[in-house]
Design a protein around this ligand. Structure first.
Ligand code: ZN
Length: 279
């Protein structure tokens, strides 16, 4: 099933995407509420999807599927070719940083270049959305804790990223976590470790890889993170970016106003935003 958060007629709600239509879930609350009560809600939502009484997707505004995740983490240095282009060593331990909840951005909204910054960059990533979550989740049990997946762009301000040993500030600028266009539930995705993912800037392919190349796979990621903290419904994990970022090009290519950045993952759709100066 494909589940979206969308706005129409001044209201933001959740819905089921069926073909080129969206069907109102009829469930009060946010996507996080829906995920929390998923087992109970699922049969009713499946019936609604089958009845298929919706409105055209083109008539609504898609929002980030989870607009205010309780936690949003991203793993760095998790594809061999990106580690190499970053001139870093393959990490022995997983390297995690936070992205502020306020950096969440709708899938087709503009992406801001903050005043005074000139080193904005893209990172296409498979994003995992936590379902049941939990603590001390083993890698073997991790698949059952994932609700679904979507496309993400871990937009990064490189100067800020490397201005301190902790990357979080450079990863947390407003609008720098575009996500969507909807969540595809884990059962529909099947194996998340064999999905092609690509990023295009103005139609030029910059990144082209497959999640089979993850250094630490998603199950290992869940095991690692849940060692010390409880993962909760709607928490968001950016699972790493492959090689091809602008900072590693020669000469370096950073994003400029008017650039259109498209990120896509097989089976999940695409997100696309235009770079704009901060208003
Ligand atoms: Zn990243």
């Amino acid at each position: 099933m494909k589940l979206a958060t969308y706005s129409a007629n001044g209201l933001t709600r959740t819905g089921i995407v069926v073909g080129d239509q969206i069907v109102d879930s009829g469930i009060p609350g946010t996507m996080i509420d829906l995920i929390r009560d998923w087992d109970a809600l699922r049969p009713g939502l499946e019936a609604k999807a089958a009845a298929g009484i919706g409105v055209p997707l083109s008539s609504v505004k898609l929002e980030a599927p989870v607009q205010r995740p309780g936690k949003m983490f991203a793993i760095g240095l998790n594809y061999a070719d990106h580690i190499e282009e970053s001139k870093m060593a393959v990490p022995e331990r997983q390297v995690w940083f936070t992205k502020a909840q306020t950096s969440v951005n709708a899938p087709y909204d503009p992406i801001e270049i903050a005043k005074g910054t000139t080193t904005n960059d893209y990172e296409v990533e498979l994003v995992a959305i936590i379902g049941k979550g939990g603590k001390h989740v083993s890698a073997d049990n991790a698949p059952a804790t994932i609700f679904g997946y979507c496309v993400g762009n871990d937009v990064t301000e490189r100067m800020w990223q490397h201005a301190s040993p902790q990357w979080s500030l450079g990863k947390s600028f407003d609008t720098h976590a575009p996500m969507g266009p909807w969540i595809v539930t884990a059962d529909e995705v099947g194996d998340p470790h064999n999905l092609g993912l690509r990023c295009f800037v103005n139609g030029e392919k910059r990144q082209d890889s497959n999640t089979s190349h993850l250094v630490f796979n998603i199950w290992q990621q869940v095991e690692h993170l849940s060692t010390g903290m409880t993962l909760e419904p709607g928490d968001v994990l950016f699972t790493g970016t492959p090689g091809g970022v602008g900072a590693a090009m020669n000469p370096r290519q950073f994003l400029a106003p008017g650039d259109i950045v498209r990120c896509e993952v097989d089976g999940l759709g695409y997100i696309e935003g235009v770079m704009v100066g901060e208003s």
